[in-house]
Design a protein around this ligand. Structure first.
Ligand code: NAG
Ligand code: NAG
Ligand code: NAG
Ligand code: NAG
Ligand code: NAG
Ligand code: NAG
Ligand code: NAG
Ligand code: NAG
Ligand code: NAG
Ligand code: NAG
Ligand code: NAG
Ligand code: NAG
Length: 560
């Protein structure tokens, strides 16, 4: 390219080569080149150094940083204006650094290239305004928000579910009384008045990346006239042993109610989910202002419930939605241990399930491993054993010495590493010295290993089996197989202090990251990630100062 110009015609002005004027006019070059990226729209803007009326155009090239393979930037060739739209550029991914250069052209003459500071498109991208659809009820507005960018957006492919939306709403008649709410893509704004014009605007944010988007245009809608069948109010849900009790307030008699539930993660997925609401059994056509359903009607997770009233005058709008959390905790009880002195130099430890845990109902069994800590009473030196068995023999001990032991149970292969608390400490003195100990050791150890009954008891949540005996210290392989099918990693385990299963309420339904929705969100991410390319994996940003690491961390953080 340089060759085209001929060395003698080049001038260096302010560190940049410029096109010399044909007839002594001002130098011609693009200046102040800026890149603007909004969602998947890419724009280049610059100023021309010359106000000249000459037939000057501009053209730009791009390449992946360091590839030395310049390509013409589509939409930015022979442009007469001082901006161009290069949204049609095909980037394999938006996390790679791009180099871009632009020059002025006049006939066959061209300026030197003006090189733009290399940039990572994802980091330059701004969040555009979301698309909003509104529907009115008498005291609420239903919002359906489409995430910024198109459905097949490359820019936000891994972020579509992470957007948080904030709504500013006001009565058109008094824009001073603004209210700001954080909402899901599919959500409702409550506590409005009938027959009022409300206006609102919405912006999207990516909180983990500290990015705030542009506000949508202002949308206005009138609420409807008051329905003559009011909605149930003050929805409450409480746990009572094995059941959840759903209650609400209603002022009139002779009304029937029905209640529905929705898994909370649907709210994070853009789109209409009205068909995902499910009837709660036992809460259909009830004439009381409460209904009761078994806690095990729901798998572990976060839900919404809503209630509707019907009477001779018609049907109400749905009540406000109440968020609640059904949690089934796996409680691991501390084991019970016994310590027997066998010989002068060994002690035998048996670890078993506690009596209280044997009474618990169990629906799933998990393979436990035991951590046994053994020490001489007068010393701090501990021996620690972590194994999947219940019988342990500690050898090479001193005669007539007090040794102590405590143990706790852990679930094997559990990534959360949850465990029971430690058992009580049990101490025992070794026997006095004995010369015939050799045969004893061999004989007794063998005998003991086959004797005890191993009890695996994990309190989970429901379904039949109380406890299971395994007549050897290791479960048979068929049992192992059964165990390995269990979704261990999704357990919510607790320590023994929290031995209740609860269905409790999340009072403040303020949003998204506050609670674990482990498998739900995993599912959602799986679904959405599968839509994105292979490239959605581990990008890390070379620009260490820009603060955000672009990787699936963003997804993971939301789910934890
Ligand atoms: C171009 O110049 C105008 C005025 O000369 C200025 O207002 C504008 O900000 C400049 N644009 C850029 C991209 O520098
Ligand atoms: C610009 O180009 C057009 C034709 O391409 C020509 O008619 C016109 O004279 C040119 N203007 C200048 C200032 O060179
Ligand atoms: C930029 O170009 C894309 C397609 O290449 C188009 O969809 C978009 O509307 C354009 N934007 C503007 C502001 O012209
Ligand atoms: C190109 O530059 C040469 C000298 O540098 C000049 O004579 C010629 O007029 C220029 N051509 C155009 C189209 O401006
Ligand atoms: C531009 O260059 C081409 C060959 O490089 C030549 O054929 C053409 O006449 C030139 N045009 C002008 C306006 O100098
Ligand atoms: C909002 O109020 C203004 C004046 O108060 C009025 O001109 C406008 O039409 C109203 N907008 C809607 C959507 O009612
Ligand atoms: C909304 O209500 C206002 C009066 O509050 C009325 O002027 C306007 O026509 C209504 N708009 C619609 C779409 O019904
Ligand atoms: C409710 O229904 C019963 C029987 O249908 C009727 O006797 C009673 O008056 C009704 N109560 C009200 C408040 O409508
Ligand atoms: C509840 O009422 C509706 C309409 O009256 C009816 O279709 C439905 O079968 C009833 N369901 C139950 C469980 O009674
Ligand atoms: C219907 O509404 C009227 C007043 O709006 C009320 O008096 C009546 O009790 C309602 N009927 C039922 C069945 O609730
Ligand atoms: C276990 O249940 C039995 C009877 O079902 C009862 O007698 C015993 O006290 C219970 N043990 C514990 C620790 O709750
Ligand atoms: C363990 O040692 C402490 C003193 O270190 C003593 O008070 C205690 O009685 C010993 N326990 C047993 C079971 O001997």
């Amino acid at each position: 390219m340089l060759a085209l110009l001929g060395a003698t015609t080049l001038m260096l002005v302010a560190g940049r080569w410029v096109l010399p004027a044909a007839s002594g006019e001002a130098n011609l070059k693009p200046e102040n080149v800026e890149i603007h990226i909004i969602d998947d729209n890419f724009f280049l803007k610059w100023n021309s150094s010359s106000e000249s009326v000459r037939n000057v155009t501009f053209s730009a090239d791009y390449q992946i940083l360091g590839t030395d393979n310049w390509k013409k930037l589509p939409g930015c060739q022979n442009t007469a204006s001082t901006k161009c739209n290069f949204s049609s550029v095909e980037l394999k991914n938006v996390f790679e650094k791009i180099e871009l250069r632009i020059r002025a052209e006049e006939g066959n003459n061209t300026s030197i290239w003006y090189e733009v500071e290399p940039f990572v498109p994802f980091l330059e991208a701004q969040i555009g305004p979301p698309d909003v659809h509104l529907e009115a009820e008498d005291k609420a507005i239903i919002l359906s928000i489409s995430p910024p960018g198109t459905e097949d957006s490359i820019m936000w492919a891994t972020d579509r579910l992470n957007f948080r939306y904030s709504v500013v709403i006001w009565k058109n008649s008094s824009s001073l009384e603004e209210r700001t709410e954080t909402v899901y893509p599919e959500d409702k704004i409550y506590k409005l008045s009938p027959e009022i014009t409300y206006c609102l605007k919405v912006k999207a944010e990516l909180p983990l990346q500290s990015r705030v988007g542009y506000y949508s245009p202002v949308y206005c809608i009138n609420t409807t006239e008051r329905r003559n069948v009011p909605s149930p109010e003050n929805i409450q849900i409480n746990a009572d042993n094995q059941v959840c009790v759903l209650k609400w307030d209603y002022p009139y008699e002779n009304t029937t109610f029905r209640a529905q539930w929705l898994r909370a993660f649907f709210k994070k997925i853009p789109g209409k989910h009205s068909d995902k609401w499910k009837q709660i059994l036992n809460c259909e056509n009830v004439t009381t202002t409460r209904c009761v359903f078994p806690r095990d009607a729901f798998p572990n997770g976060i839900y919404y419930v809503r209630v509707q009233a019907s009477n001779g005058n018609g049907t109400s709008f749905w009540s406000e939605e109440k968020k609640f959390y059904i949690e089934m905790k796996t409680v691991i009880f501390p084991p019970v241990i016994s310590l027997k002195s066998i010989t002068d130099d060994s002690l035998h430890v048996s670890v078993g399930a506690s009596e209280e845990s044997e009474n618990m109902s169990v629906n799933q069994l998990y393979p436990l491993i035991y951590e046994v800590i053994f020490w001489e009473n007068t010393s701090n030196a501990e021996r620690k054993v972590l194994e999947k068995r219940t019988e342990f023999t500690f050898l090479d001990l001193k005669p007539l010495t007090v040794y102590c032991v405590k143990a706790r149970a852990l679930i094997e292969n559990d990534r959360r590493n949850k465990s029971s608390s430690f058992s009580d400490t049990v101490c025992e003195k070794t026997k006095p010295g004995d010369t015939s100990k050799t045969w004893l050791k061999a004989g007794i150890c063998t005998a003991l290993f086959s004797l005890p009954v191993v009890i695996y008891v994990v309190r989970l949540f429901l379904r039949g089996v109380n406890y299971v005996f395994f007549p050897s210290s290791k479960p048979p392989s068929s049992v192992d197989e059964y165990f390995s099918d269990q979704p261990l990693k999704n357990l919510l385990l607790s320590t023994s202090e929290e031995q209740t299963e609860r269905c409790f309420i999340i009072e403040n339904a303020s949003i998204i990251t506050e609670i674990e929705e482990t498998n739900e969100i995993d599912e959602v991410h799986k679904k959405y990630n599968s839509q994105t390319s292979q490239d959605s994996g581990n990008y890390s940003n070379e620009d260490e100062n820009s603060g955000s690491k672009i990787s699936e961390e963003f997804l993971q953080q939301d789910s934890v």
